[in-house]
Design a protein around this ligand. Structure first.
Ligand code: ZN
Length: 276
């Protein structure tokens, strides 16, 4: 009966896999290893060059700032402050009474806004209703809005850094769609997105251009030396000779060995899952 789930090779490590396999079988009626093999294939497909495109919904900064502020306002209207007070009472109050600092590093407390309201949340109900309390609330709200806007800018920067300023060209094409004017959504976002996706699926040329890499040719090619990217170490190496030296270096070998060991380990685990 074991081969319905996977083939048992007697390793205790696989006991948990065995339990998981039974669970998968009960839920889906399918062999676990078969599902794992399928998942691995579709993940591989996604990473294959040319298999992915990115649609980046962008908005003019000032308009985006207004939208973010409006979102904070609607959160406030929906009872954000009361929610923060409740959480604060349940979690941080105990910590503070125990002499520990408030904890903003876990789960809900990482949510934008929590830190910004700390001083206000520390007030008594009476103090909160005073002029000083109200003023502090106003400042907290402004700080939360600012943190939200800053976070949005960081996200944009992250996308640029990762996809447009990446030294290798093996990043998916990224298409910018402008959401600034919502009244033109269908024209500027929806139909463009459909056009991009359709030509991608049909493998026909798309009239809409993806964003260009922000790394200039000069930068790629300083003194005839090219940028090299070591996928193993995730490092940029300027110049072919330096790259060649790197590939033979102790440091590179060590990372490579470690990666191979991990790959082998997961391959072994998969093999013991085979069903016949
Ligand atoms: Zn390396």
């Amino acid at each position: 009966m074991g081969s319905v789930f996977f083939e048992v090779k007697g390793e205790l490590d696989n006991f948990y896999l065995f339990l998981r396999s039974i669970e998968v079988w009960l839920k889906t009626g399918r062999c676990h290893s078969e599902i794992l093999a399928e998942q691995k294939m579709s993940e591989g497909e996604l990473r294959r060059p040319g298999a992915t495109i990115i649609l980046w919904l962008k908005c003019e900064q000032t308009v985006h700032d207004e939208r973010l502020n409006a979102r904070v306002d609607s959160m406030l209207k929906e009872g954000l402050i009361q929610e923060l007070l409740d959480f604060h009472a349940r979690h941080n109050m105990h910590r503070i009474q125990d002499g520990k600092p408030p904890d903003y590093t876990k789960g809900i407390f990482q949510t934008l806004g929590f830190k910004e309201f700390h001083e206000y949340l520390m007030l008594s109900e009476e103090e909160r209703n005073s002029e000083v309390g109200k003023k502090l609330l106003g400042i907290s709200i402004e700080n939360m809005k600012m943190a939200t806007r800053r976070y949005a800018r960081r996200q944009n920067k992250m996308i640029r850094g990762r996809f447009l300023q990446h030294p290798t060209r093996q990043v998916p094409p990224i298409y910018e769609l402008d959401t600034t004017d919502v009244s033109r959504w269908d024209e500027l976002v929806k139909s463009k997105a459909i056009e991009i996706i359709e030509s991608f699926l049909k493998e026909s040329p798309c009239p809409i251009e993806p964003l260009k890499s922000e790394i200039s040719e000069e930068k790629r090619n300083i003194d005839g030396n090219s940028y090299n990217y070591c996928d193993v170490c995730n490092r940029v190496l300027l110049g072919d000779d330096i790259y060649a030296i790197h590939l033979k270096s102790f440091r590179h070998m060590r990372v490579l060995k470690k990666k191979k060991r991990l790959e082998k380990k997961s391959k072994n685990a998969e093999e013991s899952l085979k069903c016949d």
